[in-house]
Design a protein around this ligand. Structure first.
Ligand SMILES: *[C@@H]1O[C@H](CO)[C@@H](O)[C@H](O)[C@H]1NC(C)=O
Ligand SMILES: *[C@@H]1O[C@H](CO)[C@@H](O)[C@H](O)[C@H]1NC(C)=O
Ligand SMILES: *[C@@H]1O[C@H](CO)[C@@H](O)[C@H](O)[C@H]1NC(C)=O
Ligand SMILES: *[C@@H]1O[C@H](CO)[C@@H](O)[C@H](O)[C@H]1NC(C)=O
Ligand SMILES: *[C@@H]1O[C@H](CO)[C@@H](O)[C@H](O)[C@H]1NC(C)=O
Ligand SMILES: *[C@@H]1O[C@H](CO)[C@@H](O)[C@H](O)[C@H]1NC(C)=O
Length: 746
């Protein structure tokens, strides 16, 4: 039963944002864990940075001893700051010190493959010597930092057979602890650290006091990004194939900052993990976690030091304005489906065969004929009043009354898991649900969890109602697994969090989507399906590692630009990509940013929208503190991102962009504009000529509203075409705001 509960809680990977307070030994009872941010560090020597923290705390608390007792973490590599136990009044005094930029209570953040890499065109078997996988040398010598729940080092996915020596620039370490020795690090897992200070004891107590992964989440994400080749893996025969990460030869540096079965990550610990990762020399940081208000400064310093930071978008879709980790300098990844499906045959007592979807697996040929029991709503009261032991319950009606649509896909999955839990408790054999547009497949071991289309549900209902024998029955065969072009994909997953951003309306987020539904990857010593933007994030991490290996000189902004401008927005049949939800709709940039990731094209994007990290700081300074703002116009659409969102177009706005040619030296690009309805866009110049001397060109886009009407966001695109293989496309979002009183949010 325990393991059942565990599965339910982390199949969802919902982030809820819970502020929690920690009482440390010896501090005053009302003290809370605060994070103090002091900006760029003032000393090269990290020990001097830390002693400056001790001095600052001593001056406030009165003695060095009190300072040492109060401090929990000192941040000294990526930026200067610390976490310390302080009372509210001490925090208030601290806030007033001139060197303090911000001070905030540390809150707690929750965490958010065989087929998916072939689906992305990164096939190992195919002969494509010029493909990204080969050109990126499988990610050899790229170091990926994974901040998550730790690692299960015995998994075959972390075998280091055939690896060369650890890159000499690596400055990290292998910290040992409970069930984790130096031998658990190798040439694949080149570093491992853990952060237990500031963590609530109720999460800590159940977990390994070491980098070892208790929940399985960190092992899944790390193996998706960079797992070694492991042949013949499957989940009970489903999804069989060679498991591997996107960059199968990249090195992994593990930072365990997330704890317990519910997988909580205290911000103070996350910040320390990221700070150490900057010191250790990672190239890429993969963060399948987040919250709406995650402290943004830690990542801006990492990006300014050349580290590409990749975040999951959150699992709070399909409602708009649910996006997490919506920072201009990071890559924010939504989740999409792939071309794999799990048809499961249902044989009714009258021999009629119907098909649903499940992960159902059993060692024999199939289940025996089991009695079907029709229950309309499957409400708790209805389930409680019926004898359901040994039966397959048919939940014929939606779990949700009309007008009572769950606020997000997470809610829907939670309601379905609740029904499953009460059914398992009542010893039912299984359940059949009519598939809602936002339901996910889940594995409940021997308990049958089957989703069917509505017309199949009608046939099952008809059979049960017309059944003249006393008990209608069904036999459920183990699930099959089909892949390939017959499965319509990709679609943006219902749970994937959507823009626009609440904090930065002039920003298109997410940046991109990648596979995140029913992803098979390592967990403990086996392989397991999980869904979530947590699974999509490491797909982009793997691709970014290959891009970094192929183009070592590319900045984090260049890597993001290559990914966004080459993404696709229509599927293999030319249909526009859709976004699941209630109802399903055509995907727009607030669902998928530039579109779905297209790794092989990202290798050769033609043009790059690069960003000087100093520009990030200029905008950051303006959003964090108006008195510290040097910009005349601090609208985020002036930042040289590979997207433009104008949330308040009154009459006319001109936005500049600068592109760098990374393709053939002598080329001419022409602009192709797809204007949002009601907006006229002109591009000046509309032809860009590049040669050996002119590698960088700037152009201006002028947006003019055509109608004086209070509007909502409308979408378009700007594509630079060289007439050949390069189409460099960025998404545009514009909302016309005539009056200052009210405008639509999405
Ligand atoms: C630790 O977490 C538990 C369970 O979530 C909670 O009841 C408790 O108050 C927390 N302890 C502290 C000190 O915050
Ligand atoms: C952890 O170590 C203990 C003591 O050596 C051992 O009994 C236990 O089986 C180990 N657990 C795992 C998961 O390796
Ligand atoms: C793959 O694994 C299954 C079960 O683990 C085994 O029965 C089968 O023979 C293996 N196939 C190959 C080609 O190794
Ligand atoms: C089917 O019935 C046989 C004999 O009654 C039993 O041994 C077997 O475990 C049953 N299989 C399932 C999947 O319930
Ligand atoms: C379920 O039924 C039992 C008695 O049969 C009752 O005590 C319990 O309160 C009921 N629970 C619910 C949720 O209706
Ligand atoms: C941002 O503000 C900090 C002080 O808070 C200052 O040191 C830095 O130079 C500013 N950066 C830019 C680019 O304006």
């Amino acid at each position: 039963m325990d393991s059942q509960h565990l599965l339910v809680s982390f199949l969802l990977f919902l982030f809820t944002f819970n502020s929690f307070q920690m009482i440390a030994n010896g501090s005053q009872p009302s003290a809370k864990l605060y994070i103090v941010y002091l900006g760029e560090r003032r000393h090269e020597d990290p020990n001097l940075v830390t002693s400056s923290h001790h001095d600052l705390l001593s001056s406030l608390l009165g003695s060095k001893e009190d300072a040492l007792r109060s401090i929990v973490y000192s941040y000294r590599h990526g930026f200067s700051g610390f976490a310390a136990m302080l009372t509210d009044s001490q925090a208030q005094q601290m806030r007033e010190l001139p060197e303090v930029i911000s001070i905030k209570v540390s809150s707690s953040v929750e965490l958010h493959t065989t087929r998916s890499w072939d689906y992305l065109g990164l096939s190992y078997d195919q002969h494509q010597p010029m493909g990204l996988l080969q050109r990126g040398t499988f990610g050899e010598d790229i170091i990926i930092g994974v901040v998550d729940s730790g690692i299960w080092p015995e998994s075959k996915s972390f075998n280091d057979y055939g690896y060369g020596p650890i890159p000499s620039r690596w400055k990290g370490t292998c910290e040992t602890g409970q069930n984790f020795t130096m031998n658990n690090c190798n040439r694949k897992i080149i570093g491992a650290r853990w952060y237990a200070r500031g963590v609530n004891a109720s999460y800590l107590n159940v977990d390994y006091k070491s980098p070892r992964d208790y929940s399985g989440h960190g092992t899944h994400t790390a193996s998706t990004a960079a797992g070694s080749f492991v042949s013949n893996t499957s989940f009970y025969g489903l999804g069989v194939g060679t498991a591997r990460g996107g960059a199968p030869h990249a090195r992994l540096a593990i930072y365990k900052a997330c704890w317990g079965g519910a997988i909580r990550c205290p911000e103070a610990a996350l910040l320390k993990a990221i700070d150490d990762a900057v010191h250790d020399g990672v190239d890429i940081l993969s963060l399948s976690l987040g919250a709406r208000f995650f402290q943004s400064f830690v990542t801006i310093h990492a990006v300014a030091k050349g580290i590409t930071v990749i975040f999951s978008a959150g699992n709070d879709g399909p409602l708009p304005q649910t996006i997490s980790n919506d920072l201009p300098w990071v890559i924010t990844v939504g989740a999409s489906t792939i071309d794999r499906s799990f048809p499961t045959i249902i044989t009714l007592g009258n021999n009629q065969k119907l098909v649903g979807q499940s992960f159902y697996h059993t060692s024999d040929d199939g289940s025996n004929s089991t009695e079907l029991l029709l229950i309309r709503s499957c409400s708790t009261a209805e389930l409680n009043s019926t004898n359901i032991a040994g039966k397959i319950v048919v939940c014929a009606d939606s779990l949700f009354a009309p007008g009572d649509i769950p606020s997000g896909a997470g809610d829907a999955s939670r309601s379905m898991s609740q029904v499953v839990n009460s059914l398992i408790e009542a010893q039912a054999e299984g359940v059949i649900f009519a598939r809602s547009p936002i339901g996910l497949l889940q594995d409940y071991r021997r308990f049958i969890y089957l989703l069917v289309d509505n017309d199949v549900m009608l046939q099952i209902k008809e059979y049960i109602q017309l059944s003249d024998t006393s008990s209608p029955t069904a036999m459920i065969s183990p699930a099959n697994n089909i892949v390939g072009s017959r499965v319509m994909s990709p679609r943006v997953a219902a749970f994937s969090s959507r823009g626009p951003s609440l904090d930065y309306p002039d920003l298109i987020k997410p940046d991109i989507t990648a596979p995140g539904v029913s992803i098979l990857a390592a967990r403990f010593n086996s392989y397991y399906f999980l869904s979530g933007t947590s699974m999509a994030c490491p797909h982009v991490t793997g691709v970014a590692a290959l891009l970094k290996a192929a183009h070592p000189e590319w900045s984090p902004a260049a890597i993001k630009s290559a990914l966004v401008t080459t993404a696709y927005t229509t599927n293999a049949y030319g249909f526009p990509i859709e976004a699941d939800g209630v109802p399903r709709k055509l995907a727009d940039p607030f669902d998928f940013g530039g579109g779905h990731i297209n790794p092989n094209r990202a290798l050769d994007p033609g043009l790059i929208y690069d960003v000087d990290p100093n520009d990030y700081f200029k905008f950051f300074n303006c959003t964090s503190d108006a008195s510290n703002c040097d910009l005349v116009d601090a609208h985020l659409y002036h930042l040289n991102l590979p997207s433009i969102s104008i949330s308040d177009l009154k009459t006319s706005v001109t936005v500049k962009r600068t592109v760098t040619n990374v393709g053939d030296t002598d080329t001419i690009y022409r602009a192709i504009v797809e204007s949002p309805p009601g907006v006229k866009i002109s591009v000046e110049p509309s032809v860009l000529k590049f040669n050996a001397f002119n590698k960088v060109q700037t152009f201006a886009l002028t947006f003019t509203s055509l109608h004086a009407v209070q509007g909502d966001f409308n979408f378009g695109s700007l594509t630079w075409s060289d007439g050949g293989r390069h189409l460099v496309r960025i998404p545009l979002a514009v909302r016309v705001t005539i009056q200052d009183y009210f405008s639509d949010t999405s």
